[in-house]
Design a protein around this ligand. Structure first.
Ligand code: FUL
Length: 481
């Protein structure tokens, strides 16, 4: 094993990254002036008088997100048009100058409070690109303005789990050129909200590289540090509002973390992926898209590929002009949550007996079926490969197996296979690559009592903290392709 592979195996997540990863699935809310002008990228010149949701109810948003199984919500406090959903002291372009709640409203407050009431995390999206603010392009002045806005959001609304910085910027060759002071933004966030992750144009959570919901088949959390380069993230981000970007994905850099990919790299970081996409074609609400809410089947696919593929899933659901999540979206979110709850309700391995080809003392194989995820199994040093066998006690019918590494020790498994005992011999039925925080294996239904997990390649030695077996909900099977 080369030094760089050993180094890769020793890189571990920060506490804040672990807490974020454990959320797994959370929602995005694109809401603002664009909701009322039927646009995606407002120009920053729309009259604040147009912002007037008639029935805004943030509890309804939170209820819908919880119904889907989401554990957090990120709100577009300011999108590219510069209109602020809170009464910012630093610009007049905000809710205070709208007729909504007679200019006394604060959407950020209402949503932050609703999240707390509902027991989910609250996060903020603040667009660096600002088409309204006159100081944009006058770098120092705008950086100060942006820091002031950040401070307002980071101090007045309780705990924030995520600050999401978008790399999009549509300024053309003759447009304004703003040099963002990212380091100052990050320092302020660390000072005021040390537990918050900084996502996308930030060091903690990596943008998966597209907005279509596509996730790499082997999504490594340990990747070259160069991927944190904000300039590069911006280059790959959206530059024109042509309605196409959110449907594209590129697989040209499909491999970011394999031995091949990190060969020759000197600097590696823990930079786990997030998949962000919208439940509708647009990020903002457009009545014309009421019948284009993604199908349950599509959402399940994205869920399995992201949450089940060592990434997090950030699903955007835009409220309408009333300030409510539309009935069609609520219905889909509820179906999604019901399906996932049903599928993952009964772990058929919960009473299983586990043995391993090799174990380090204190890291017994039985640890992999404990639910609390406080312990794990590992072999002794020198064992890059290992075999674990699970006896479920009786034969069960199943079609999902959930695996999880103990990521506090790093990400190490490079390939594995699953077999079952058919009465005579072991028969292989699934082959996979990485595991990471969570890998959900999907396969056609089968019946077996004994299962075998073979870790065929790993870095230094593998760890495993989770092994669960499920039979998917009937609803899900009906939808399966
Ligand atoms: C993009 C933006 O341009 C879209 O409007 C949206 O906010 C999406 C999440 O990021 O880059």
């Amino acid at each position: 094993m080369t030094d760089i592979v050993k180094q890769a195996a020793s890189i571990v997540p920060s506490e804040r990254q672990i807490r974020w990863q454990e959320l797994e699935f959370y929602g995005f809310v694109h809401f603002g002036m664009n909701t009322f002008t039927d646009q995606e990228w407002g120009f920053g010149d729309a009259d604040p008088a147009l912002f007037n949701p008639t029935e805004l109810d943030a509890d309804q948003w939170v209820d819908a997100f919880k119904a889907a199984g989401m554990k957090g919500l990120i709100l577009t406090c300011k999108h590219h048009d510069g209109f602020c959903l809170w009464p910012s002291e630093y610009t007049d372009y905000n809710v205070k100058h709208s007729p909504w709640r007679d200019g006394r409203g604060d959407v950020v407050r209402e949503v932050a409070d609703a999240c707390r009431r509902g027991g989910i995390k609250f996060g903020i999206y603040l667009s660096p690109w600002d088409r309204h603010e006159p100081s944009y392009g006058d770098s120092d002045r705008y950086n100060q303005f942006f820091l002031n806005q950040l401070r307002e959001l980071l101090t007045n609304y309780g705990e924030i789990f995520c600050v999401w910085f978008d790399g999009a910027c549509g300024e053309g060759p003759n447009g304004k050129r703003q040099v963002y002071d990212w380091d100052a933004y990050y320092a302020l966030i660390r000072e005021l909200q040390p537990n918050a992750v900084i996502s996308v144009c930030g060091p903690d959570v990596r943008w998966c590289g597209n907005e279509a919901g596509y996730c790499r088949p082997s999504e490594w959390s340990v990747v070259p540090a160069a991927l944190q380069d904000v300039e590069k993230i911006q280059e790959a981000s959206q530059k024109v509002d042509d309605g196409q970007f959110s449907r594209q994905f590129s697989s040209q850099d499909d491999d970011l973390g394999s031995r091949e990919a990190i060969k020759g790299v000197t600097d590696l970081v823990w930079y786990p992926a997030e998949v962000n996409t919208s439940i509708r074609p647009g990020w903002f609400y457009h009545a014309s898209q009421d019948d284009e809410v993604r199908s349950l089947e599509e959402l399940l696919d994205i869920y399995y590929n992201s949450v089940g593929g060592n990434a997090a899933f950030l699903l955007n659901v835009p409220p309408d002009k009333r300030g409510l999540i539309h009935e069609n979206d609520v219905q889909r979110l509820t179906e999604l949550g019901d399906t996932l709850r049903e599928t993952f309700r009964t772990d058929l391995a919960a009473h299983g007996i586990v043995t391993a080809s090799n174990s380090e003392e204190g890291y017994e194989p039985q640890n992999i079926i404990r639910q609390e995820r406080t312990t794990y199994w590992r072999p002794q040093l020198g064992h890059e490969q290992a075999v674990l066998e699970i006896d479920l006690g009786t034969a069960h019918v199943f079609d999902r197996i959930v695996l999880g590494e103990w990521i506090r020790q790093g990400q190490r498994i490079e390939s594995f296979s699953l077999s079952y005992h058919n009465g005579d011999e072991w028969e292989k039925f699934f082959k996979g690559t990485i595991v990471g925080y969570k890998r959900i294996c999907r396969f056609p239904q089968m019946k077996a009592r004994k299962l075998r997990l073979e870790i065929t390649q790993s870095r230094i030695y593998p760890t495993l903290g989770q092994f669960e077996v499920y039979l998917s909900s009937k609803r899900e099977r009906k939808n399966e392709r």
